[in-house]
Design a binder for this molecule. Sequence first.
Ligand SMILES: Nc1ncnc2c1ncn2[C@@H]1O[C@H](COP(=O)(O)OP(=O)(O)OP(=O)(O)O)[C@@H](O)[C@H]1O
Ligand SMILES: Nc1ncnc2c1ncn2[C@@H]1O[C@H](COP(=O)(O)OP(=O)(O)OP(=O)(O)O)[C@@H](O)[C@H]1O
Ligand SMILES: [Mg+2]
Ligand SMILES: [Mg+2]
Lengths: 155, 155, 165, 165
Amino acid sequence: MKKVFIEKFEIINNKFDRVFKELFEGGRARIELVDGDDVLESGVDIIVQPPGKKLQNMMLLSGGEKAFTAIALLFAILELNPSPFCIFDEIEAALDDANVIRFAEYINSYKEKTQFILITHRKGSMEHSDSLYGVTMQEHGVSKVVSMKMSDQEG
Amino acid sequence: MKKVFIEKFEIINNKFDRVFKELFEGGRARIELVDGDDVLESGVDIIVQPPGKKLQNMMLLSGGEKAFTAIALLFAILELNPSPFCIFDEIEAALDDANVIRFAEYINSYKEKTQFILITHRKGSMEHSDSLYGVTMQEHGVSKVVSMKMSDQEG
Amino acid sequence: MHLKRIELQGFKSFAGKTVLEFDKGITCVVGPNGSGKSNIADAVRWVLGEQSAKQLRGSKMLDVIFAGTQFRKSVGFTEVSLVIDNEDQALPIEYTEVVITRRLYRNGDSEYYINNNTCRLKDITGLFLDTGIGKEGYSIIGQGQIHEILSAKSEDRRGIFEEAA
Amino acid sequence: MHLKRIELQGFKSFAGKTVLEFDKGITCVVGPNGSGKSNIADAVRWVLGEQSAKQLRGSKMLDVIFAGTQFRKSVGFTEVSLVIDNEDQALPIEYTEVVITRRLYRNGDSEYYINNNTCRLKDITGLFLDTGIGKEGYSIIGQGQIHEILSAKSEDRRGIFEEAA
Ligand SMILES: Nc1ncnc2c1ncn2[C@@H]1O[C@H](COP(=O)(O)OP(=O)(O)OP(=O)(O)O)[C@@H](O)[C@H]1O
Ligand SMILES: Nc1ncnc2c1ncn2[C@@H]1O[C@H](COP(=O)(O)OP(=O)(O)OP(=O)(O)O)[C@@H](O)[C@H]1O
Ligand SMILES: [Mg+2]
Ligand SMILES: [Mg+2]
């Protein structure tokens, strides 16, 4: 049990650092067990360093940097434990326009293995999707769904 | 003490309903004391009804509806207790593009009384502002501020 | 394995029967504030067996049944189905198309179905056990929840790694 | 009364001296993630007397002093000034321009000034008492904090009304 946990932990750690570097285009990230002696009960610390910045306490990161770090960790976990489909509800809301595009490109590199349903308000995400659904309330309080196939968009 | 509290409470209640109607273009909103007998200690309930919808528990509102309701309440409080200047950090992040414009127009109707500094990523807010500052990190980890006077924008 | 269709009826703001077809790849769901986007994510979490009304932003489970509007009456039950392509037999069941259905009546009665055969919740959670899908995994991230992965206390974070490990 | 200028030096990611001039009306502050926008709001909250490092997203108050980068050394102190137009005498002090300054050294020494005269924190909070400005009022809303106004427990909401009443 302990041995399996340490092995998986190391795998997530390596994947987390790789995905972080890809999303932030540099820097580094790692997860550490707070109490190495008690592997099965210990808490976990997350230590990140955006490119060019000093290693700092997670709390000092900006809102967007935190969200992007969380997305990197999410993808590291999904790589270890892939899911056939994912539903993400506005996970990229805190990102600026440039980071939304990096996020959308990353998801695109993943879509062979996993199907994604992204609830979003961001143009960067919409532009990188294969198909689009619009949800409206023409009648107050009653939701309707309209398929907006991407090809219609160009028209 | 009790009398003053009840009076002010009623004023906020009326202002909240008026601002809510203006932002949501309809519907109604009110605040109620949970325990009317113990005015000075009672909790406060917030009850809102977006246009055309049934009166519902606050929890069922969407992310954007909650943020917009919070903004309406914030403005009601600021009307009672005006501040010469305000700094809002991405308070309109959860709003869709149409609601961001309603928010920006509302703030514009207010700017005679109060000076606003809005930290934002949203175009709707930027387009309704009088001046613009850009913050960058040309040198990694070191912030610099660049004034982007709106008139330059058109150029 | 991929999700082919979601069918909703009487679920939250979806009064009538609504169907969303999906291809592989990336599908974006867009629309104004309050239009019903997150309700779709709630529907998927619900049909996979979610038992906490709070996780579905309600105070009691009956809050997921269409409550009516100023112009429409409420309905007596809700039903959600997930239609999954199982050509690759990723789900340990002999069908090439698997349909998971959950129904809830106003009187509190609740039913589960796999391909129109009544079953128990345990059968549904058992089906998805090693796939990464289900209400405990990281495949469904609700609005505002992305920050929880970095949650403040280091012992809370522990749960993530146990889950994944 | 309106805010004419913010001057920052050695505050969080602002290594050198930085000045932001403001007119009346609406000013937007924009920029990429992590560029330092919220640090400006933190600077205003700090100079008005904020005592909680946590409210400034740090673990100790020294976290507000520029800590250096991979290419630049850290600095020994930070100083922030707010320059306020007081033509309308809204602030009970005989100056037409009021400058509030706070300074913090690495050794923990902290100084406050009003128009370059040393003062105590109490003098600054006293000055702003009935203006609605200050770390307790609703004039500064931090990132992600707008939802706190609707906070879950009804007794927490109570604080809002007492504040305003
Ligand atoms: N049982 C129900 N019956 C009718 N309407 C409901 C029910 N439960 C929730 N709703 C309505 O659904 C709406 C919320 O929908 P949802 O959270 O999906 O919006 P959204 O599209 O995600 O918006 P946002 O972009 O703001 O996140 C609320 O206005 C609420 O009144
Ligand atoms: N004492 C310090 N010394 C140096 N850098 C610091 C210090 N404190 C915070 N920072 C840096 O400031 C950055 C955060 O800035 P801030 O929160 O203002 O970003 P932001 O522009 O608001 O971004 P977002 O759009 O993501 O909210 C972090 O990357 C952090 O490393
Ligand atoms: Mg939503
Ligand atoms: Mg910020």
